[in-house]
Design a protein around this ligand. Sequence first.
Ligand code: S6P
Ligand code: ZN
Length: 197
Amino acid sequence: MGMGWPAGGIIEPQPPAVQIGLDSGLMAGPPVEEVRRTLADLTGLFSDPAALARLPKDRLVYRVQSWSPVSEGTEGGLVYGVTVIEPGDVGGEYHMTKGHFHARREAAEFYWCYHGQGLLLMMDERRRCRVERMVPGSLHYIPGGTAHRTVNVGDTPLSFGACWPTTAGHDYAAIAQRGFSVRVFRTGDGPRVAEAG
Ligand code: S6P
Ligand code: ZN
């Protein structure tokens, strides 16, 4: 029957391969994969290494569930994922993702927020940054050539869906070396986005 196409006759509707919890954004189903990022995986990400050293290395910062219906690099394919960032900070700097450019610079991406309060940092190759607020229901277009990082500025998990081309690839090196040109800190008046140089 190849590709799940029926041979003919009466068509029996099939259950979906994956379900999404519309409140949490979490995915369930056989094809779902998950990666977890703890503080141990995020060395060099936060600006205060002394604060990092005082915290348990196994603290979960975020996890990414994803479904790649076709193998990475397949032209024309799409990947779907959800990221859940736990609330918290390291020396006052909110929990955030590593952030990346897509290896294929022209590859864009959609994000949308299921739950929580966040900031989406978008930075072009000249290190110019834009920041959008993420709230439940917000939809964000990340154009090609734009590094992206998300920051949980609330006190509950931040959960957002994402859809990107299978050919996009991920380039973490530029961000690992120089970071973003802004950082986001907790203050008594809420989050402050500060220039990082
Ligand atoms: C993939 C997409 C997201 C991130 C995820 C974690 O293109 O942008 O699924 O992978 O939010 O961020 P990062 O920077 O650690 O991959
Ligand atoms: Zn991406």
